[in-house]
Design a protein around this ligand. Structure first.
Ligand code: PRP
Length: 180
């Protein structure tokens, strides 16, 4: 795999498309065991989770409904702004159902905390989060993801849904900022 160049930065490969897809299949297998027979709403967080959610849900056997939320914590650039906005709020019909939030990445955990608090008001039977990536060294939230694809170091990553100033989401693999 080669480096990619986006705007003013170079990014080197961190994980291949195959590695990602293998892990997603395994995570789906785990979810299939735990959620069989339950009323589940899959709740991808737009925009970053769109590829992960699309690939994950194709391996799920418990027939989830799929709804979306759109939250935004990053402005332009590479650091979280710390301010979360609900651009598209959670759906109203979550009472008595099991919610699986689908995220591309949990970084500071602020987005996750915000969303979990919003969802608690909707009285679901349970809430869990499946995040493809998790940065424990950056995390300062209340609840880490219940299902994690990959634990990664606190570096800036793009690809497979994750962007740098709007670009790079379409890449099949994940790349890390090349600081060399
Ligand atoms: C990213 C990502 C998570 C959040 C994680 O979204 O998709 O939702 O940041 O960061 P945190 O753990 O520090 O809160 P972003 O706000 O960049 O929006 P996007 O998904 O539309 O790119």
């Amino acid at each position: 795999m080669e480096k990619v160049y986006i705007h003013d930065k170079a990014f080197r490969p961190l994980m291949t498309a195959l590695t990602i897809q293998d892990r997603i299949e395994k995570m789906a297998g785990e979810l299939n065991g735990l959620y069989a027979g339950k009323e589940v709403v899959l709740l991808p967080v737009l925009s970053g989770a769109f590829l992960f959610a699309a690939d994950l849900c194709r391996h799920l056997s418990f027939g989830p409904e799929v709804e979306f939320v759109k939250l935004s914590s990053y402005g332009k650039g590479m650091a979280s702004s710390g301010t979360i906005r609900a651009v598209l709020p959670p759906p109203a019909n979550l009472e008595g159902r099991h919610v699986i939030i689908v995220e591309d990445i949990v970084d500071s955990g602020l987005t996750s905390d915000y969303l979990r608090e919003e969802l608690a008001a909707c009285k679901p039977d349970s809430v869990a989060m499946a995040s493809l990536l998790y940065k424990p060294d950056s995390f300062r939230g209340q609840t880490p993801p219940e299902f994690t694809g990959f634990v990664i170091p606190p570096a800036f990553v793009i690809g497979y849904g994750l962007d740098y100033n709007g670009k790079g989401r379409e890449l099949n693999a994940i790349y890390v900022l090349d600081e060399a």
